[in-house]
Design a protein around this ligand. Structure first.
Ligand code: AMP
Length: 143
């Protein structure tokens, strides 16, 4: 899909927001939702999305919704830092399929990094839900 694609309200993250698809939630407020990536590249790989903006990518994202997402990303990154004690945290955001975007509802990735652990492949290996739930609980505990 190109950068200019129109928003499809049946994308998987829109379904997650509407409760039509399951999620392992980490944090939620009136405007944003943070939940575990089901194909994590590392322990604690978390996604942050806007619940209010029907936005495909950075280019069509209202600035206030972007600010809400970044504020939640910072809050969750701090909780990841306290709960999982990684050596680093990547904040990643892809725009358009050629850039690596696979879900066309704007989102940022928080990917904890450890010096001695290789990073998994993008959107590749599904984690067991019990494992995601246990990790989410460690993060939620620090919010
Ligand atoms: P991107 O490639 O930047 O669009 O990232 C989309 C991310 O969503 C990938 O890292 C996928 O692993 C993740 N993903 C896809 N489906 C789901 C789902 N149902 N729940 C949680 N994460 C998902």
């Amino acid at each position: 899909m190109s950068l200019q694609t129109t928003y499809d309200s049946d994308n998987i993250f829109a379904k997650i927001i509407r409760g039509e698809m399951p999620k392992v939630a980490v944090y939620e407020d009136d405007t944003t939702l943070a939940f575990m990536d089901v194909f994590p590249q590392s322990e604690g790989h978390t996604l942050v999305i806007s619940k209010t903006a029907s936005s495909v990518n950075l280019l069509d994202m209202p600035a206030d919704a972007l600010a809400d997402v970044m504020a939640t990303a910072q809050k969750v990154a701090r909780a990841i830092n306290r709960g999982l004690k990684p050596d680093g945290i990547r904040l990643v955001q892809f725009n358009g399929a050629p850039a690596g975007q696979t879900v066309f509802h704007t989102h940022v990735h928080l990917i904890p990094m450890w010096e001695d652990r290789p990073l998994g492949r993008h959107a590749s290996d599904m984690a067991p839900v019990e494992e995601l739930e246990a990790t989410a609980e460690k993060i939620r505990h620090e919010l």
